[in-house]
Design a protein around this ligand. Structure first.
Ligand code: TYM
Length: 315
């Protein structure tokens, strides 16, 4: 039965506090559908090393990602929640893909180009990032990858890596599809740009009500328009259009009241998740990761045996 189920996989970098963009763009879509698939949920800790060099912070972030997965409604008995670094096959397969793709191909990566555009030097890990992510996805014969729009290019890279390997060594990998919902593909931040840790425009997912309120109060409002568009755009993610339209008509020009209403609507969604989040102990997190990573390794090592056979490193 399990063998015939389609597979779902997604991942999150433990590079900082999760925000509502992570939740609405990836976590919630995963939590809503994972029961129908054989599902994998990864903590992309090696990916986080491309930007984070604080060991204690990384350790804490890894635990927070696991807590967030469970608090968002994922049952660790029904999905394999695992840590990328505990499954060595990810970095092994990434190396094999790196030997198949060219430097100009990787130079097209948006994340790499953005770094250069800012006049910064990219580390080699960031440059090779898409091949590690391809390995994450392809090791599990993944059919679908629920992500936000910013990951679209990475899914393309994974498909290309699969095609290049299959072309060189014979059919081995499935080409996965990204699941990117139109309405939540890019959740806006407090300044109207994509919500992102690196832009400092986030609303924290598991922050206290005060922290959420502080972020909401900082939403940039344009006083010339009919309604504060940045506030409305975020509010529309939490409330029906009918309710919002009458609220925004009634409170026209009263930006503070509208922001307070948004805080309450976010709080209604987040409060039960926060309670669940707080109830998960460090010991629970370690058990989940131990069990999930063990299970992930069973899939990954079987796949890697096939890969090693095909490329000719097993003698
Ligand atoms: P990361 O950690 O940056 O983000 C995790 C997920 O949150 C989504 N997301 C958003 N969605 C909508 N609007 C936003 N403003 C927003 N901000 C973030 C991201 O699209 C993502 O789905 N490379 C990945 C991690 C990764 C991965 C994987 C994902 C590593 N291996 C394999 C899927 C499969 C990343 O950096 O996501």
């Amino acid at each position: 039965m399990l063998e015939s189920m389609q597979r779902l996989l997604t991942g999150l970098q433990p590079s900082g506090a999760l925000h509502i963009g992570n939740y609405l763009g990836a976590l919630k879509p995963f939590a809503d559908m994972y029961g129908k698939y054989e599902s994998f949920l990864m903590v992309a800790d090696y990916h986080a090393l491309t930007s984070l060099r604080k060991p204690d912070e990384l350790r804490q972030n890894i635990r927070e990602v696991v807590r967030s997965y469970v608090a968002a409604g994922v049952d660790p008995k029904k999905a394999t929640i695992f840590q990328q670094s505990r499954v060595q096959e990810h970095t092994e397969l990434a190396w094999i893909f790196e030997c198949l793709v060219t430097v100009p191909f990787l130079e097209l990566s948006h994340a790499y180009k953005d770094k250069l555009a800012k006049g910064l030097e990219a580390n080699a890990g960031l440059f090779n990032y898409p091949m590690l992510m391809a390995a994450d996805i392809l090791l599990y014969d993944t059919d679908f990858v629920p992500v936000g729009a910013d990951q679209r290019q990475h899914i393309e890279y994974a498909r290309e890596a699969a095609a290049k390997f299959n072309n060189a060594y014979g059919q081995t990998f499935k080409e996965p599809e990204g699941l990117i919902s139109d309405t939540i593909a890019t959740i806006p931040g407090t300044d109207g740009k994509k919500m992102s840790k690196s832009y400092g425009n986030t609303i924290p997912l598991f922050g206290s009500k005060d922290e959420i309120a502080k972020a909401v109060m900082s939403i940039v409002t344009d006083s010339t328009g009919e309604r504060p568009e940045n506030v409305y755009a975020i509010h529309a993610l939490f409330q029906t259009k009918d309710k919002l339209d009458s609220l925004y008509a009634e409170k026209k020009g009263k930006y503070k009241d509208l922001k307070e209403a948004l805080v309450e609507d976010i709080e209604t969604l987040v409060a039960p998740m926060r309670a669940k989040y707080d109830s998960i102990s460090d010991a629970d997190v370690l058990d989940i990761l131990k069990e999930g990573s063990h299970r992930a390794r069973e899939f990954a090592s079987a796949k890697m045996r096939d890969v090693c056979e095909k490329v000719g490193v097993n003698v």
